[in-house]
Design a protein around this ligand. Structure first.
Ligand code: NAP
Ligand code: ZN
Ligand code: ZN
Length: 347
């Protein structure tokens, strides 16, 4: 076993603090990644507070991991020592079910192994995430990272990036579409960048008037303050798609009313409590409420390559790992511009 340093939540109420734990030795198909940067996702916060239920403690969060390969197993073919590499939300899956066969490992019917707060495929070993100095992962779940982009801004692509890229590609959003992006945080700002890059007309739907200039700088063509009735009225029945990235309970019926006939509201945000949907919000206008979870390995690599080609990265604020708990407080207030990334050298 390899002694590893990290930051962990010991239970749902205690702030994160330094913690030592063990990772497996590098096996034949594994790589060891020395972690340079790790992004901070709102899912980290939901899970350390056990807002979705079933959290496993102690928990080392972090699934937006960038590092350098420091060791490879004897059968590893895809990576060599010194390579820049990334690990996102998945570290393994059954590899046999229909979804795994189609590169949709996130929908593995047997249940994928998530990077933390989850179990390896042996269903016994707990996984620990990227708020740590290194990680050991099977090479099939490791992504190639271009040396072209500033890697601090690449880390958040591993979750915020792929979670917004995947539904935009699945529903073929592009030229001629009007899309609303609900919530300007980590996911929202990547959704704006991708949707604009794919040629759609992008409207930022935000509760924060202070984010208007940033939304436009990121690529939004319009900004609608959702707390202002007149502003909201101007986009009733307007959108082909809405990507809903909101992390807190909110009124889905209100946003469904902004869709045109056959419009689709795609949920990627996962508030702690279930939504109440009025049937009339859907049937008037034949609307759909859909969801999308991260992305599989092939699509994550495609997204990273697209970003390298089109010079797309996340707008980040680099933090010292000692400041992680105050970063969470700011995240809860919507005060993130637009992703915190931990410099792991501070560990
Ligand atoms: P974040 O950076 O905290 O951004 C969330 C944004 O939602 C806030 O910046 C705020 O934007 C808006 N918001 C917050 N409370 C609101 C409220 N009560 N009403 C309306 N808007 C509100 O979070 P994130 O990291 O982007 O994550 C967003 C959600 O996606 C989380 O629930 C996370 O767990 C989930 N997630 C899902 C997946 C997936 O696979 N589907 C992957 C990653 C994350 P404004 O200030 O602009 O209003
Ligand atoms: Zn995430
Ligand atoms: Zn599977």
């Amino acid at each position: 076993m390899i002694e590893t340093k990290g930051y962990a939540a010991q239970d749902a109420k205690t702030p994160l603090a330094p913690w030592k734990f063990q990772r497996r030795e590098v096996e034949a198909h594994d790589i060891q990644l020395d972690i340079l940067y790790c992004g901070v996702c709102h899912s980290d916060l939901h899970q350390i507070h056990n807002e979705w239920g079933g959290s496993i403690f102690p928990m080392v969060p972090g699934h937006e991991i960038i590092g350098r390969v420091s060791k490879v197993g004897k059968s590893v073919k895809k990576f060599k020592t010194g390579d820049l590499a990334g690990v996102g939300c998945l570290v393994d899956s059954c590899r046999e079910c229909e979804n795994c066969q189609h590169g949709l490992e996130q929908y593995c019917t047997g249940g994928p192994s998530f990077t933390y707060n989850s179990l390896e495929q042996d269903r016994k070993t707990i996984t620990y995430g990227g708020y740590s100095n290194m990680v050991v992962v099977n090479e099939d779940f490791v992504l190639h990272i271009s040396e072209k982009l500033p890697i601090k801004g690449v880390a958040p692509l591993l979750c915020a990036g792929i979670t917004t890229y995947s539904p935009l590609r699945h529903w073929k959003v592009g030229k001629g579409h009007k899309i609303g992006i609900l919530g300007l945080g980590g996911l929202g700002h990547m959704a704006v960048k991708f949707a604009a890059s794919f040629g759609a007309e992008v409207t930022m739907l935000s509760t924060s008037p202070s984010k208007e200039n940033d939304a436009k700088r990121l690529g939004a063509h319009k900004f609608v303050l959702t707390t202002n009735e007149a502003s909201l009225k101007s986009v009733k029945g307007y959108f082909d798609f809405i990507i809903d990235t909101v992390s807190a309970p909110h009124d889905y019926n209100l946003y469904l009313s902004l869709l045109k006939t056959d419009g689709i509201q795609i949920c990627v945000g996962v508030p702690p409590t279930p939504a109440q949907i009025n049937g009339f919000s859907l049937l008037g206008g034949r609307k759909s409420l859909a969801g999308s979870s991260i992305g599989g390995l092939p699509e994550t690599q495609e997204m990273l390559d697209y970003c390298a080609e089109h010079n797309i990265t996340s707008d980040v604020e680099i933090i010292n790992i000692k400041d992680i708990n105050s970063a969470y407080v700011r995240m809860l207030k919507g005060d993130v511009h637009y992703r915190f990334v931990i410099d792991m050298a501070t560990l």
